[in-house]
Design a binder for this molecule. Sequence first.
Ligand SMILES: [Fe+2]
Length: 246
Amino acid sequence: MLGLFKKKNTIPEFNFEKIGIDMHSHILPGIDDGAPTVRESIMMINRFKDLGFKKLIATPHIMSDYYRNTPDTINKALDQVREELQKQNISIPIEAAAEYYLDETFESKIDKGNLMTMGNGYLLFELSYINYPNNLKEIIQKINDKGYKPILAHPERYPYLYGSIENFYKIREFGCYFQMNTISLTGYYGKPAQKAAQDLVDHMMVDFIGSDMHHLKHADALHQALSTEKLKFLFEEGCLQNEMLK
Ligand SMILES: [Fe+2]
């Protein structure tokens, strides 16, 4: 009889519990193109919980042209979310790092240090969607030389890398990890990105997976990704390192 009154478990049978940590999202309020207010932040965080996540690392954009975030703006937004979580009695650890855009200011930021990292010095960075950055090798080298561990965000989303798997191998040889957007596997960003994501899985090149969640449509796609064979393969056979960010 007691079972009748039990709260219905909303966690799907196959979920993200095994991965546990989401390490790429835009859930901090009002500082980039993700959650506009703390209300949306909480809605997204609740969806993460329903999907089985145990810890979140928010990664607001740092871009000189659009989002001039600093550790200060990011930590203030993080405090706001943590306060609201406490107020609403929602329990999930949340930390913040950043998603750095490789623009003309990135190199000097690396030189200065004080970068927003996750785990033991992992640095998430992204590239232009339009042009291959000619200084990519040097930048990755510099990040490593400074003692950080570079993670390239969503390599499957850069069209200029399509056509040959060698393009991806080459970048990894420069000395960086790859983070795939889980929802790329559903075709959310279109067929070419989906194919590139599938190829990365097949070639065991996915080191981290992340939601890159900006809004609730991404949460729906994340749920949908749980039905893809490639994600199941990644969970069972892949070499995902999300746990390193505990
Ligand atoms: Fe992102």
